[in-house]
Structures are given as C-alpha cells and as structure tokens.
Write a new protein. Sequence first.
Lengths: 113, 114
Amino acid sequence: KNQVEQSPQSLIILEGKNCTLQCNYTVSPFSNLRWYKQDTGRGPVSLTIMTFSENTKSNGRYTATLDADTKQSSLHITASQLSDSASYICVVSPGGSSYKLIFGSGTRLLVRP
Amino acid sequence: DGGITQSPKYLFRKEGQNVTLSCEQNLNHDAMYWYRQDPGQGLRLIYYSQIVNDFQKGDIAEGYSVSREKKESFPLTVTSAQKNPTAFYLCASSIGAGLRETQYFGPGTRLLVL
C-alpha cells in the first residue's frame, strides 16, 4: 500500500534553533517528493520538489534531502523564526504523470521565543 | 493578482442540505482538484479534473459532486448523502501532472454542520 509517514507528529523548538523533520514513504514506483508548509487555517504552500535523481534541494533556510534507496526524506530548518510555526507536509507522487498524490499527515512545528 | 480563490471561508450546513463550495483560478491551469483535510490526517482527494468538461473520482468521492464547465472554475457540492461533512476543504490547481509540476492550493473553506 502506498503510504507516507512523517515524524515527529509535533515539535517545539526555541527561536533561532535548527530542526529536522522526517518523511518515510513506501510509494512505488516513485516520481517525485514535495515538501509543503501549511499555516493554520490556510492552504499549503510548496517549499521544495525533488525528483528521484536529486538528493538535496534548498529554499532559503529550508533544505530538503532525499534518499531514494532507503525511501527517506528530511526537511532541515536552519535558524528557526516564529513565522516557521506551521505544519510541514511531505507529499509523494507515484510514478510517471500522476494527478493522485500521496500526502503525509504532517509535522506540526511550534517555534517559541 | 493571480491565484486560487475559495469561497466562502466558513460554511454552515443544516441536516439534509446540499451546499456548494466555490473554487476559481486565474493561473490558466488545466488541472483542478478538491481535497478534504481532517485533523491528524493527510489530505484526501475527492475529485480531480484534468481538463474542462472532464473529471474523475478520487479516493473519497461518495457524497460529493463536481462540475467543470469553465477552465477557471471547479465547484464542489457536498450533498446530504455525505454523513460526516465537517472538515477543511482545499481546492488546488496545476498546469498538468508532469514530473516537476506543483499543485497550488487555495485558502480553504471550513464546513461545519449545524
């Protein structure tokens, strides 16, 4: 069964600290993996997208890594800010051109001053 | 100002009532989607449309209906057959479903049952 599992479910860190969020998937065949940021009560916004041949992608203070062999991805946030408080969702596209994405349940991050 | 708009932001449904959620995009995207988001769960696909006048069921289409008469519009009707409609509904669009294409999301509509 195609699944995307994220950990931890929630995380609290102090402003200025770094953190890493994890994503494991069992989707096969695999096309690409995306990380989205979702503020409370808002729609998700894309942060990064990586195909099977890419193993790292950065977007400002956000760096995503992908290991297609172990089917794992991580999102590293550097020097966290209060505005980073949000849910971070890992999304996998199963093979070729697919309109049907597989969504993780997200990691809820709270950055405290 | 380009993007996806959803209305209303909050919607209240009475027992046995059908309600329609609006989704409009001016990104000139061919594909549009409807998702449902429940607390602690990943987004689940209700319906999607690859092109005007065509749409397909997603994973949880029962109790919902859609139409795609115009490229920019993809309204979702929550029918009385949907017994547990309370959720956050998200509309999205994309150019297509290519290898590097991204789905862009609207701000969402929260549906509550009275």
